[in-house]
Design a protein around this ligand. Sequence first.
Ligand code: 6PG
Length: 261
Amino acid sequence: MMARKSHRQPEIRIFPDPDAAAAAAAERTAAAARQAVKQGRPFNLVLPGGSTPQRLFRMLAAEPYRSGLPWQQIHFFWGDERCVPPDHPDSNYHMAREALLDPIAAPERNIHRMRGENTDRDAAARGYEAVLRNHFHQPASSDFPAFDLIFLGMGTDGHTASLFPGTPALEEKHRWVIANNVPRLQTQRLTLSPAIFNHAEQVIFLVTGADKADILAEVLEGPYRPERLPAQIIRPERGVLLWILDQAAAKRLRQSGGQTQ
Ligand code: 6PG
């Protein structure tokens, strides 16, 4: 069992239902974006995959955010991607395109997708790392980039992004982006590596639904076993770690300290 590093405790906020949770996530996104732009720099946002974020995306694509956010200064990235074409229904990019990027007419130059269609998966991973290095002006740096805000979801097996239990990506210490074999799904996925998530200024898990209650209690209150519960790997070195939950997902938490909103 790996020793749990000393990290500040995550912040946990519990909301009555998925809409309230998504609304809180939208407000956090807006606040962080406005702060970055006020400081005269772009806002680098990493979008999650899966179904949970759709509510968040649709809220950001509606008022007051649709006309209230500086979309021209917001850059979109992905935490992971399925190895499918960009117009495939399983594509995380496709979902974000439909729910957010098209409705707000995000500038194409600000959209940085993983090329899941590339059948050479390692080349696709290296290609995305090159996109990130170019964007962050870190062509050869051994330092990792610091995204302003990374959203993550969590599966019922404790995976996050495409960091699945017992898969090689969990051990990656140097690459920014990897092609990860996921035997359980009989597929490969492209994913940012653990270090990228842990160098972010802010990481927000958005987790809702009763089906996540048991695994969430294990991840937040059980033993530190990241090889089995990859969501536990996410411990930003300096940044904020916030869990935005609905009451259904939080119902097994004992003493999480979560403030019910
Ligand atoms: C993906 C996501 C993945 C997702 C969880 C939760 O590509 O599927 O990155 O990590 O966040 O599987 O998915 P749901 O939101 O659909 O429950």
